[in-house]
Design a protein around this ligand. Structure first.
Ligand code: ADP
Ligand code: ASP
Ligand code: MG
Length: 401
């Protein structure tokens, strides 16, 4: 069997934790399986490195940023290799480049285009445990790239898909995917199995236990993911096809995203082309716009509200200064949160919206923006009510039962 295991930042947070990981990896190898390990940087390390890059300039050269932040994962991959060698195993640490992870050229948010597996396969054939630095790759121009925050999950799934691994285990600091973040609601329950689509929504809406793009890729490449706790031997959560899930609850989980900012453009000229121009200029700088609300025009003017990742706010401000002429004022609000409920069962049940909004009303929480899809409802609310909203919805949908 070929097993890909990914260990996140907390699982490799210090050398004693890396020793714990080495023991877990060793166990699988001793059972006679081939093992490829993908590691994150030690917890806090990526934040620290990003902090350095902003010392001189709020928007530094992204190419240089990638060279700096990619080093976090290099450190862990080599430390884990040393730990495994110490246990008597053949082990090699590989950078994203040496592991054949080819990306596009969008620095700090690169997309994986393919994984050339020759090097990994060569080491596996020679009996090595291969330990790959996650979160990074190499572009066609031969430059180091990184995949965006939480990107090691994506590295693991892409590598598991390319190698046609039998198992892709994502190890973290909780027992699997819960009905909501167990750090916000201690009554949250672990989910045994969840569909790709629900997990993709939860992850996109803030459940950072898995990176959304890794779930998307898993679905595409048909990689079954198991998320598990690296500090115990509990069962974990299987992420798989909808068909394999017998019981489909109306609501599977609640997600919270505090990393969005709201931009309100007041009294924008209400004429064809303005929205296109606005969102094209944001897209050209690779800023992902999430929710968009435009009010009905009056007297040739309209309001456009939208949300973007907080990390892109500085860049967005410079881009939007060009639009100041066509808008009366532009307001930026970082004190917002997005709360979402997700469930396949929503497709076939009515009354979900009324119950959701009713729950917010009962807690006296104002909803600023709403967006829906077949299997989710998202609301933008005041940041200070974020946790309250999550707990109220969790209890309203009896997810603690
Ligand atoms: P890693 O460093 O291993 O990649 P992350 O910190 O990225 O770990 O993700 C794990 C964290 O995700 C957990 O500690 C938990 O607080 C958070 N989380 C948010 N939503 C959920 C959820 N629905 N189920 C499980 N964990 C969640
Ligand atoms: N170290 C990177 C981050 O903190 C990638 C990852 O951990 O997945 O975002
Ligand atoms: Mg993570």
């Amino acid at each position: 069997m070929l097993v890909v295991q990914k260990y996140g930042g907390t699982s490799v947070g210090d050398c004693s934790k890396i020793a714990n990981v080495a023991n877990r990896v060793a166990r699988v190898k001793k059972e006679g399986h081939d093992v490829v390990v993908v590691v994150s940087a030690m917890s806090g390390e990526t934040d620290k490195l990003i902090g350095y890059t902003k010392y001189f300039n709020e928007i530094p050269s992204q190419k240089e940023v990638d060279k700096i932040v990619s080093t976090g994962e290099i450190v862990t991959s080599s430390l884990l290799s040393i730990a495994l060698q110490n246990l008597g195993f053949k082990a090699i640490g590989l950078s994203g480049e040496k592991a054949g992870v080819i990306t596009d050229c969008i620095h700090t948010k690169a997309k994986i285009q393919k994984v050339n597996q020759e090097n990994i396969n060569k080491y596996l054939k020679d009996g090595y445990i291969v330990v790959i630095a996650g979160f990074q790759g190499i572009s066609k121009d031969g430059e180091i790239t990184t995949l965006g925050r939480g990107g090691s999950d994506l590295s693991a799934v892409a590598i598991a898909g390319a190698l046609k691994a039998d198992l892709c285990e994502i190890y973290t600091d909780v027992d699997g995917v819960f009905t909501t973040d167990p750090r916000i609601e201690s009554k949250a329950k672990k989910i045994e199995k969840i569909s790709y689509d629900e997990m993709l929504e939860l992850a996109s809406l803030g459940a950072k236990v898995l990176l959304n793009r890794s779930v998307e890729m898993a679905k595409k490449l048909n990689v079954k993911i198991i998320t598990r706790n690296s500090f115990n031997n509990n069962e974990g959560t299987l992420i798989t096809n909808e068909e394999e899930i017998m019981e489909k609850p109306i609501i599977s989980g609640i997600a919270l995203d505090k990393n969005q900012a709201r931009i309100s453009m007041v009294n924008v000229d209400d004429k064809p082309g303005i929205a296109a121009e606005l969102f094209t200029s944001l897209a050209n700088s690779n800023i992902n716009v999430d929710m968009i609300v435009q009010t009905i025009g009056r007297d040739g003017k309209t309001d456009i509200d939208f949300t973007i990742p907080k990390t892109d706010l500085a860049l967005a401000k410079t881009i939007l200064s060009d639009f100041e002429r066509s808008s009366q004022s532009i307001e930026f609000d970082e004190n917002i949160a997005k709360v979402s409920i997700v469930g396949l069962g929503m497709k076939s049940h009515s009354g979900v919206a009324s119950k959701t909004f009713g729950t917010m009303a009962k807690e006296n929480i104002n909803i600023m923006m709403i967006s829906t899809s077949e299997i989710k409802i998202s609301m933008i609310i005041d940041l200070k009510y974020a946790e309250l909203a999550v707990r109220a919805l969790h209890s309203a949908y009896e997810l603690d039962k």
